[in-house]
Design a protein around this ligand. Structure first.
Ligand code: ELE
Length: 209
């Protein structure tokens, strides 16, 4: 699987922040059951790596990846834990090289034309647009598509079930990311049925190819 194909697996990538690795497996099962197999667990919390390991081992239908990759060590640790893709909020030359060295598909974060062009110089054409809403949202992405139509984005940051469809209609958007699928109160309460329903609504935004 390459990064382009990753964007085509589902219309929405749930971005998950987990405080307790014990919730990882039931959560991933709920998302997969709802129709969202691609899951990004962030490394923002100490439980992140263990959560990725558990999902990789116990939920074979999930395509598990790691988010908040901000250092070369994060990229290596995420691969060792079983991640099948990597996502970073921004990118530097060192981080780009480290993510590429894992051999995994990765979505480096950008929020400007210059950042996107710096990655293009290295043959990277699939990126995360972050923080999507704060960095200019839909009009900004639409404008980037004029001079840089060869780039496909996964916009993430401030996107909701209501705004996602407009992003998904842009020709340079493959899928969107968001944390709205996994509200922290539902996670704490173990409300997997609620999370499955949120996933189902998101999966229906665009039929799987
Ligand atoms: O942790 C990371 O690596 C990030 O890049 C940030 C996340 O992608 C966004 O925080 C998700 O955005 P929301 O849907 O607005 O919550």
């Amino acid at each position: 699987m390459n990064a382009d194909q990753l964007l085509d697996l589902a219309p929405v990538i749930p971005v998950v922040v987990l405080d307790d690795a014990d919730t990882a497996v039931p959560l991933a099962r709920a998302l997969v059951a709802g129709g969202l197999p691609v899951i990004e667990v962030t490394l923002r919390t100490p439980a992140g790596l263990a959560a990725i390991e558990r999902i990789a081992a116990e939920v074979p239908d999930a395509v598990i990846g790691a988010g908040t990759i901000v250092s070369p060590e994060d990229a290596e640790n995420a691969k060792k834990a079983g991640s099948r893709f990597l996502v970073s909020p921004g990118c530097t030359p060192a981080l780009r090289e480290a993510m590429a060295a894992t051999g995994l598909p990765f979505l480096p974060g950008v929020s400007s034309a210059s950042e996107a062009m710096a990655l293009l110089e290295h043959g990277i054409t699939v990126m995360k647009f972050f923080p999507a809403e704060a960095a200019g949202g839909l009009p900004y992405l639409k404008a980037l598509g004029g001079p840089l139509p060869q780039i496909r984005f996964c916009p993430t940051g401030g996107i909701t079930i209501d705004t996602a469809p407009r992003y998904l209609r842009l020709p340079n958007v493959g899928c969107v990311g968001g944390s709205w699928l996994t509200p922290s109160d539902a996670l704490r309460a173990g409300a997997w049925d609620k999370i499955e329903a949120l996933a189902q609504a998101a999966a229906a935004l665009r039929p799987a190819p």
